[in-house]
Design a protein around this ligand. Structure first.
Ligand code: HEC
Ligand code: HEC
Length: 337
């Protein structure tokens, strides 16, 4: 058949080029893959992080990111991109169809290849419900399912605290081109492949056998087995930008080992441990955490009160349930239970 012949013509050079390129992390400093050969438009492997984000980054992020993105549309946010991909305005606008504002605004139309690649991604992707279709704003919350790992609740705070710190993978330093402080950057620069932890650079880096290459690097502590398993499961479950909201918040049975330490470990320890902890503040054991709680700094910081540095730094505020659990634990006299 003709189509199979064409497929071979595309696939054989692709496979050859993959074989000739051994995987060397030193060589992957540039997060943006080079443009596909002009003239040929290879749409066999269209991934979100490898193809879609680089196109949007080059042509759309200048207007559609930041505090006040054009049209209220932040295209670096996966949920918002999924929303316009599903309602037709993404393809309508880049194809300059009637009824849509032509994009990129006031700039030349995207190449036919870029448009074809985005269209392929839209048709190949099964989008999760980006938030009820109620016409906007803040949707996307789900109730917490114990078998699901939620990016916004667990993965992002952990990566910000353990990796996205100043001097490492924050946007300013971007060591090795890797930025680990927001969903789009994590997907793109750490080459996260939904469903395939072993093929994802992020997972490879935290599980590397060689302690010299393992992330976070020495003298920082490696991630715990539980944290590594969480990241693995999140990638296996599709590496979604998901969030859950607990509706039943247990404030009666708050314990140090059950809620307080796991939260600190996930969201704070990456910065507040080691030889030079942030702010000179160690939060590695019960007595250190109890002391920061007793002097009011801990609650001031997590409640974002004036006069305190808002914590977790560079991350979203802890949810109301967690803050209430901290209050209860302090009210109960910061027990080591
Ligand atoms: C120079 C700034 C600018 C650039 C670059 C830009 N946009 Fe926009 N975009 C806007 C503005 C302003 C609006 C809202 C006003 C409007 O709809 O015309 C908008 C609206 C949109 C909408 C909603 C359109 C509709 O009719 O509902 C989509 C989708 C969109 N942009 C996608 C993109 C994509 C995809 C790119 C890159 C290929 C891009 N934009 C590049 C400024 C820009
Ligand atoms: C990305 C690194 C980072 C993370 C994550 C982080 N902190 Fe901090 N923290 C800092 C730095 C840096 C300071 C010093 C003050 C400043 O520069 O804002 C600090 C200061 C503090 C202070 C002193 C605040 C004051 O104004 O006296 C407390 C308490 C604190 N952090 C608690 C926490 C808790 C609790 C968490 C987790 C929920 C957390 N931090 C997560 C970096 C971090």
């Amino acid at each position: 058949m003709r189509t199979t012949k064409i497929l071979y013509v595309i696939l054989i050079p692709l496979i050859l080029s993959l074989l000739s390129c051994t995987h060397d992390p030193e060589d992957t400093a540039d997060p943006i893959p080079p443009d596909p050969d002009p003239g040929s438009c290879d749409s066999t492997l269209v991934t979100y992080s490898g193809i879609v984000v680089p196109i949007l980054q080059a042509n759309c992020f200048s207007c559609h990111t930041g505090q006040t993105p054009s049209g209220g549309l932040d295209l670096s946010n996966y949920d918002q991109l999924a929303f316009v991909a599903q309602n037709g305005s993404l393809l309508g606008s880049i194809r300059h169809e009637d009824g849509y504002s032509p994009m990129p605004q006031d700039l030349p139309k995207l190449s036919d290849c870029d448009i074809a690649l985005i269209a392929k991604w839209v048709s190949d992707t099964t989008f999760t419900d980006p938030g009820g279709g109620g016409g906007g704003g803040g949707g996307g919350d789900q109730e917490c399912d114990p078998d699901t790992v939620y990016f916004q609740n667990e993965i992002l705070p952990l990566l910000i605290s353990s990796c996205g710190v100043i001097g490492c993978h924050d946007p300013g330093t971007a060591e090795d081109g890797v930025i680990l402080t927001d969903y789009a950057s994590i997907m793109q620069t750490a080459d996260v492949r939904p469903g395939d932890p072993e093929g994802s650079d992020l997972f490879e880096a935290i599980t590397d056998d060689d302690p010299e290459d393992r992330m976070p690097p020495l003298p920082r502590q490696p991630l715990t087995a539980v944290q590594i398993a969480k990241i693995e499961k999140w990638i296996q479950q599709g590496a979604q930008n998901n969030l859950c909201e607990t509706t039943d918040c247990d404030t009666l049975n708050v314990t140090y080992s059950g809620q307080i330490f796991p939260l600190i470990q996930n969201s704070c320890l990456g910065c507040h441990s080691g030889a030079s902890p942030s702010g000179g503040l160690l939060l590695t054991n019960h007595s250190q955490i109890a002391e920061a709680s007793a002097n009011g700094r801990l609650m001031g910081a997590i409640r974002h009160e004036t006069g305190y540095s808002p914590m977790p730094k560079n991350g979203a505020q802890l949810n109301d349930c967690t803050i209430t659990q901290f209050e209860k634990w302090i009210e109960n006299g910061t027990p080591n239970n």
